[in-house]
Design a protein around this ligand. Sequence first.
Ligand SMILES: Nc1ncnc2c1ncn2[C@@H]1O[C@H](COP(=O)(O)OP(=O)(O)OP(=O)(O)O)[C@@H](O)[C@H]1O
Ligand SMILES: [Mg+2]
Length: 377
Amino acid sequence: MDGPAIAADTKPWRDPSANPFISVRGVTKRFGDFTAVSNVDLDIFKGELFCLLGESGCGKSTLLRMLAGFEQPTEGSIRIDGEDMARVPPDRRPTNMMFQSYALFPHMTVEKNVAYGLLREGMKKSDAYAKAAEMLRMVKLEKLARRKPDQLSGGQRQRVALARSLVKRPKLLLLDEPLGALDKKLREETQFELIKIQETLGVTFIVVTHDQDEAMTLATRIGVMKDGIIEQIGEPREIYETPRSRFVADFIGTVNLFEGVVEAAAPDMMRIATPDLGDVMVLPQEGLTRGQTIWGAVRPERFALTRKRPEDMPNAWEGVVEEMGYIGHMSQYRVRLPSGALIRASQSNRLREEAPISWDEKVWISVPPAAFRVLTE
Ligand SMILES: Nc1ncnc2c1ncn2[C@@H]1O[C@H](COP(=O)(O)OP(=O)(O)OP(=O)(O)O)[C@@H](O)[C@H]1O
Ligand SMILES: [Mg+2]
């Protein structure tokens, strides 16, 4: 094993002197005149579980395939563990890839499918099967070791493929939509298993997914991709709290976006004028000029709904609850303002003395200046 997984409290990406395990520099991949991956820079550290997240066709699989060596970059370089990969074929890389459309060998049992790679490398049969059994235990399939793939459910097949890609204990495991075939519950369970496996084996994972919740749950960091470009790289919380663009804000979670213009910047407060909310006070941000168009992004949970006008809140509006949805631990609201704007707000449902705010009620909706994330693109 190559050293322990990243402890929860060490974050090498925050340390400018830390050496990345994978270093992608200026990587572009063109197919004819179509650019699938565009000038990507990316550092990934040993023991990370890095998620590449983005819509269908944004270049996730292409980037992963270049890391695995199944595609060559048109431009740029990839280093893994200090070594330039330009002339290193897939089977000589310290990587293993689980493909989006993984194929199990249909005529082989589950255990043989998993042991196959080890047997091919010349490992003794009993050792290879022992290792396969260990991996099958890890993905909770030990009871099905003797079945053939067509006697398994889609989710079970996917876990066999996962065991098969783990058994050789690669330094870098590339998983392309590894949980796509699982139903919601099994998917969540397997996510936690994946994290456990990753912590136990200390393997570095890059996981491709288009499921934002999955990325938020699994990842040490997320790279959000759009049209071949990595829009933002950050810890899940960072991506959620401080998205750098409207695209990222909207892609991860729910967000209210308000277009506005910078009116005046004082050292401790900035005023923006918006058609939806009128004048809004936000925290000042460097690099903005008066008259500049910006977008204020606010997560639904940052709005407070009250029956009385809140005191000392610079940003408060009166509106009417147009829609309300109760989902157990929280309620979601859509509040219509006199400007016509519809605000999405959510409130957690703790025990309250008052009856909860409901349909057609007149309410005050307020938000602290710090809850606005000011975006310029
Ligand atoms: N061999 C190829 N030749 C031409 N175009 C390709 C080739 N492989 C991929 N592309 C194109 O590159 C773009 C990125 O493809 P890629 O498979 O990386 O997307 P993805 O993000 O993995 O999408 P999905 O979530 O649907 O799997 C797509 O528009 C795709 O059509
Ligand atoms: Mg793909």
